[in-house]
Design a protein around this ligand. Structure first.
Ligand code: SF4
Length: 216
């Protein structure tokens, strides 16, 4: 869209993130409880599988790229369990109807031409190198942050002091371990990003909190 020309009064507020660096950070701080990863199918369809090679080369963890239907998730979990059982670690593509090994080469070319990867702040975690997409200098005239006077009245890392979203995202605690969960913090009154999006871990746990899940 940017490359094909857009109206002069259309600006972009870019908040896109690149996942591999944050997964690498997670690998570096994780303990033995992490045994494998489901890779999100929509992002992997663009990047391809190669950007996750460090997961098995460096960290010896099995990965499975999954789609979003229940059967896709089950298939990917089955692949992870097979690898864990046989003490193997590789990246399996369980979403072959969408993901090609090399990814979407046209999409990658567009991303590389329009965006640079820079250090970005992950709320509650830290600044992570090469994890945030920003528009290249030649497209700065389309960047809302540069063209408009944007002064948020809170610092970019601010979140409620009792919100443990960052620990939820790192897999250190469950949403229900947060003292705000289902009390002050609900989907209609979220305190942290994990409760905002329907895909957020706290939001999901809230929606299905009547279901008891026994983790083995
Ligand atoms: S329940 Fe709310 S306040 Fe607690 S960690 Fe989740 S998003 Fe943050």
């Amino acid at each position: 869209m940017i490359q094909s020309g857009i109206p002069k009064n259309l600006l972009f507020l870019i908040a896109n993130r690149y996942m591999p660096p944050v997964l690498k950070l997670l690998m570096e701080v994780h303990d033995e409880t992490l045994q494998g990863f489901l890779l999100a199918g929509h992002a992997t369809a663009i990047t391809g599988l190669g950007v996750y090679d460090f997961m098995h080369n460096e960290f010896k963890l099995p990965c499975a790229a999954a789609g979003f239907e229940p059967v896709d998730i089950l298939l990917a979990i089955r692949e992870l369990l097979k690898q864990i059982k046989s003490n193997q670690y590789e990246i399996i593509n369980c979403y072959t109807r969408v993901i090609q090994t090399e990814g979407n080469l046209i999409g990658q070319k567009c991303l590389n031409e329009v965006f640079d990867l820079k250090a970005g702040i992950w709320r509650g975690i830290d600044m992570i190198e090469d994890s945030a997409y920003i528009l290249k200098d030649k497209y700065a005239f389309l960047d809302a942050r540069k063209q408009l006077i944007c002064k948020p009245d809170y610092p970019p890392q601010a979140h409620h002091p009792s919100c443990v979203c960052h620990r939820v995202m790192l897999g250190e605690v469950e949403p229900q371990d947060c003292k705000l969960f289902k009390k002050a913090c609900t989907p209609s009154s979220p305190f942290g990003p994990c409760m905002v999006s329907p895909e957020g871990t706290c939001h999901v746990r809230y929606s299905y909190s009547e279901i008891n899940i026994d983790f083995i």
